[in-house]
Design a protein around this ligand. Sequence first.
Ligand code: ADP
Length: 501
Amino acid sequence: MENGKSNGAATMKLPEIKFTKLFINGQFVDATSEKTFESIDPRNGEVIAKVAAGDKEDVDLAVNAARHAFDHGPWPRMSGFMRAKIINKFADLIEQNIEELAALDAVDGGKMFHIGKLSDIPSAAGHFRYYAGAADKFHGETLKMTKPSMFGYTLKEPIGVVGHIIPWNFPSIMFAMKVAPALAAGCTMVVKPAEQTPLSALFFAHLSKEAGFPDGVINVVTGFGSTAGAAIASHMDIDKVSFTGSTDVGRKIMQAAATSNLKKISLELGGKSPFLIFDDADADKAAHLALIGCFHNKGEICVAGSRVFVQEGIYDKVVNKLVEKAKNWNVGDPFDSTCQHGPQVDKKQFEKILSYIEHGKNEGATLLTGGKAIGDKGYFIEPTIFADVTEDMKIYKEEIFGPVMCLMKFKTIEEGIKCANNTKYGLAAGIVSQNIDVINTVSRSIKAGVIWVNCYFAFDLDSPYGGYKASGNCRESGMDALDNYLQVKAIAMPLLNSPWQ
Ligand code: ADP
């Protein structure tokens, strides 16, 4: 061990990188410009692959393929029952390739391989199974028209060609969370993975061919946000963009939609989620949950409980436990299963987090533990806890997206609620208490899309997930997510005795 970083040897042979080209109309092809970009291993900064750098021309080709598949191909015309068969086959193939997909996300994004195997990739497959199950179960309605001589009903139709813009922190789950409901709805699509983590999306593209999706239904264009991503956001022939990422880029997507074809957009954006520990909590369990809530996936998670508020009666106990546990938190190689987290995704993110830590120190917060990079190779950062954080500090207000916890004390339930809501974001919140009145009052008063009581990251395929306020405008997961990819058509016709006859 060196500064809390594990030196445990990698336990898995690194994956062979088989797919590096764009996937358009069922074929792997070079970018039109033949340009590539380097995908970097965040454990050591070394190049692991050169990946096709798609740009506007490539997005055009992919959109043409998706448009043709939507307007003329079998996918939107097939029954939901038949679509489900192919989507389930895709899920089978993902399950048969769990190790390879988890390994790709580990070398590409610094994500823990064993967690990928146990959680990320099975959950990705689970999304496809869940929405395969939904594909033949969404219906329109028979309407009770106010004019009884009229008959009316609604249809739920696929929205059309979708552009999915995906972030780098959960490359496989995000791919599935967006692609699966869109497929079930009958849409065709162009997926742009983040430039930091393009490899698993290309592997999914390969599996999609084997699963039997018609050509053009799923296209993957790798490339940068300002080029390929911007081309998707402003494309005149894309009907819908589904985006997960930073609030700043979310704004740009909204602007691009407004100044192009007014495409529908769904945004899942940043967060600065509160985690509230009340006096009656078990200090040890609460500290354990708070730590996982903040440091899981090296803090690179939009729902991270990065503002931890502890009631004054239990504050000292919880703080001691937090510091003790953070010091034993093992940071190291993503292929070493004794580690809890690996390197930050890239140099930019690594430097950004370290600069936030410097801000915290300069603004007068008390650094209880961590605060430094680990080693001289790769992008590893110690789990960091600041106490005495105040609401005017940058580390309190802004999303850091790294293993940095802000710790604050509160007195009353009302004060706890006020603190929790003192943010422009509203993605998630955690509550630790045994008191049902506290739990009910607080969970109904916090302005956030997801509330986890005596647990954290309790994601479920059937549980909708998304933000209030600046954290976004949609819900993903669960049946609500289908609505992102469907539109309602109302059909009216006169009955025999109608004046229209
Ligand atoms: P981060 O800032 O944490 O890297 P981003 O929000 O920039 O996260 O990235 C999320 C996704 O948005 C990535 O796929 C990225 O390429 C894409 N992206 C970035 N900028 C733009 C943009 N101007 N238009 C469309 N997509 C973008």
